[in-house]
Design a protein around this ligand. Structure first.
Ligand code: HEC
Ligand code: HEC
Ligand code: HEC
Ligand code: HEC
Ligand code: HEC
Ligand code: HEC
Length: 441
């Protein structure tokens, strides 16, 4: 044997990729199966019906996870993250804390579950300062797919560890560890399979080339045999092929179109806007670590249309004493000496055509700042968390039940609404909150 030629490489590669894809599919299935087995004994301490949800949910059903991903982003992400507390609790490990038979009615109408006196629900509701989660007109299947998405996200290695402490309501580690173990086992299996496959492919290539060499030594081959024997993959022809060019062209056009649509849709959108401020003021330090109440500085937020930005005098309540030597704090002193306000850069800014009132949302509706502004208490520098588009306002108004408790203004309206649409929640939009004139002058 003089040399080993890898002529049929393209074909082999294709076969290799296809086989690999097949194996991955199979092993994902295996992972799901292992998970089922792994969780059952470990999770027995936690509510058992929860595991019944897991196979349906966590069964590696990519379609359900994708659907759940979209539904989660559209409905839940403004208040929930999988591995982090935002307005509501981190949802990681929810199937271990609660059975699916609890989650379904909860998402459809959480206030009903709380009102029913369910111990867990009442405790959770109180823990989150009686913040009411909106009701969702989602089907069982849709909610299950959201749960599937949550489960798939929490399964992600290091995030799982992070999720541990946030999911504090009940011990969840047993099931989690089992799942991680199963994941590792599948990974090793996969690697072994890949190695075996590579060895197989290389062996086949070597055998193929050996046989060709033997055949070449024979004199009794006719023209056709030689043609087959010396067959090569013609890359030049491949590149010139109109089909390939067509495909590349179409893909290129689609990418351009997609980017174009994305950038047009983003015109006027300032979500994520995070300007540098003149003083390195940190909400994480003040509102997070030192737990200073938002309204201590934004004094008008519960009383009037706008939330004010605090004047330098408010800073001085503390900084006449605290950190007086810091260069950042000296900027406050300079502003006061010059009798000029600190020039904070405005972040949130609706166009003049829209009317938004803070007190209506914070005082009357009882919404938390974080619902709209995100985890401000974790922000070193504030950024615009929500899109502030009309669709964003309207979506919430469609879903959010009005906080009518202890508010006489709503007593008759609620009665009227209930007599007409028994069972349907009394949302902001049932009270006219999606009429143009409510938000446009
Ligand atoms: C406007 C904010 C908000 C939205 C939107 C929201 N939730 Fe919640 N959710 C909460 C709050 C707050 C709690 C804590 C309980 C309470 O105060 O009522 C909660 C609790 C939960 C719980 C119980 C968590 C636990 O640890 O036991 C689940 C499950 C849940 N939400 C699922 C969802 C799903 C699914 C969606 C989307 C379809 C969603 N939530 C949308 C605010 C929200
Ligand atoms: C110690 C005073 C102080 C406290 C407490 C405080 N803030 Fe602020 N906040 C400021 C200052 C100063 C600015 C302007 C500079 C900036 O954007 O960081 C600001 C800016 C903001 C902005 C952006 C305003 C804009 O330009 O659009 C939001 C939103 C906000 N705060 C929300 C909150 C919330 C929510 C809390 C409570 C969790 C809070 N703040 C607590 C002082 C405070
Ligand atoms: C209720 C008290 C209080 C108020 C009001 C307050 N701060 Fe602070 N601030 C603190 C505390 C406490 C620290 C942390 C000091 C430390 O790290 O030792 C701090 C730290 C800072 C720092 C970091 C200083 C450094 O160099 O580490 C800056 C900048 C700052 N504050 C700016 C402001 C501004 C601007 C305002 C007004 C909008 C303000 N603070 C209002 C209590 C306050
Ligand atoms: C329902 C959503 C929502 C809630 C809840 C909410 N905000 Fe806002 N916030 C907004 C919007 C929208 C703007 C932009 C207003 C504008 O440009 O007229 C804004 C702007 C601000 C600003 C910039 C100044 C202003 O009024 O334009 C501050 C500061 C602020 N919010 C603080 C708070 C604080 C503190 C809380 C909680 C007590 C809170 N917000 C609750 C939606 C909300
Ligand atoms: C997170 C949910 C949420 C978001 C986001 C939100 N709102 Fe609201 N909004 C409410 C609730 C709840 C009420 C009902 C308050 C009450 O009880 O009167 C309300 C009431 C209102 C009202 C009074 C409606 C009436 O019937 O009198 C106006 C106007 C309004 N919102 C404007 C806006 C605008 C403009 C935006 C977007 C910039 C917005 N809202 C975003 C929850 C929201
Ligand atoms: C809950 C509040 C709310 C309601 C109800 C509402 N809008 Fe809006 N609308 C807004 C906000 C906020 C903006 C600004 C959005 C932005 O800057 O992207 C806006 C923007 C607009 C714009 C300007 C779009 C642009 O790109 O400048 C038009 C036109 C408009 N709304 C029409 C309507 C009509 C028609 C209705 C009734 C069917 C309506 N709106 C109901 C909140 C509302």
């Amino acid at each position: 044997m003089n040399s080993i030629r890898l002529r049929s490489l393209p074909h082999l590669l294709l076969a290799f990729v296809l086989t690999f894809a097949g194996i991955q599919q199979a092993s994902a299935q295996a992972a799901a199966d292992v998970k089922k087995e792994g969780v059952a004994p470990g999770g027995a301490a936690a509510a058992t019906p929860a595991t019944a949800a897991a196979p349906a949910a966590g069964g590696g059903d990519a379609a359900a996870v994708a659907a759940g991903d979209a539904l989660f982003k559209g409905n839940c992400a403004q208040c929930h993250a999988v591995n982090e507390q935002v307005v509501g609790p981190a949802l990681a490990g929810i199937t271990k804390r609660r059975p699916i038979s609890w989650i379904l009615p909860w998402v459809k109408n959480s206030s009903k579950v709380v009102a029913s006196g369910d111990d867990y629900a009442v405790a959770l509701f109180n823990k989150f300062n009686k913040q009411q989660m909106p009701s969702f007109a989602l089907s069982d299947k849709e909610i299950t797919s959201i749960v599937a998405y949550v489960t798939s996200e929490e399964g992600k290695g290091s995030q799982q560890a992070k999720a541990g402490p946030t999911a504090e309501n009940q011990p969840t580690t047993a099931g989690g560890a089992d799942e991680a173990g199963a994941g590792k086992y599948v990974d090793i299996l996969l690697i072994v399979l890949v190695v075996v496959l590579i060895v197989l492919v290389v062996t086949l290539v070597i055998i193929g080339n050996l046989m060709k060499d033997v055949l070449r030594g024979r004199k009794d081959l006719d023209g056709r045999d030689v043609e087959i024997l010396e067959q090569r993959f013609d890359w030049g022809k491949f590149y010139r092929s109109p089909v390939l060019r067509g495909i590349v062209g179409v893909v290129f056009a689609l990418v351009l179109l997609y980017e174009g649509v994305q950038s047009v849709m983003a015109v006027g959108l300032t979500q994520g806007y995070q300007p540098t401020q003149p003083i390195a003021f940190s909400h994480k330090l003040h509102a997070g670590e030192h737990q200073i109440n938002c309204a201590y500085c934004h004094t008008s937020v519960y009383k009037s249309k706008s939330a004010n930005i605090p004047s330098a005098n408010i800073c001085m309540n503390c900084h006449s004493q605290i950190k007086t030597e810091s260069p950042e704090i000296k900027k406050i002193y300079r502003a006061i000496e010059r009798k000029q306000p600190i020039q904070w850069v405005r972040i949130h800014n609706l166009p003049d055509l829209a009317y938004f009132n803070h007190s209506q949302h914070t005082q009357v509706a009882g919404l938390q700042c974080q619902t709209c502004h995100g985890p401000i208490q974790n922000m070193e520098v504030v950024y615009q968390y929500s899109a502030l588009t009309m669709g964003w306002c309207i979506n919430c108004h469609r879903e959010m039940p009005i906080n009518s408790k202890d508010n006489k203004y709503y007593d008759n309206l609620v009665k009227l609404h209930d007599s007409k649409n028994a069972g349907a929640p009394f949302t902001v939009s049932s009270n006219g909150g999606t009429e143009c004139s409510k938000c446009h002058y």
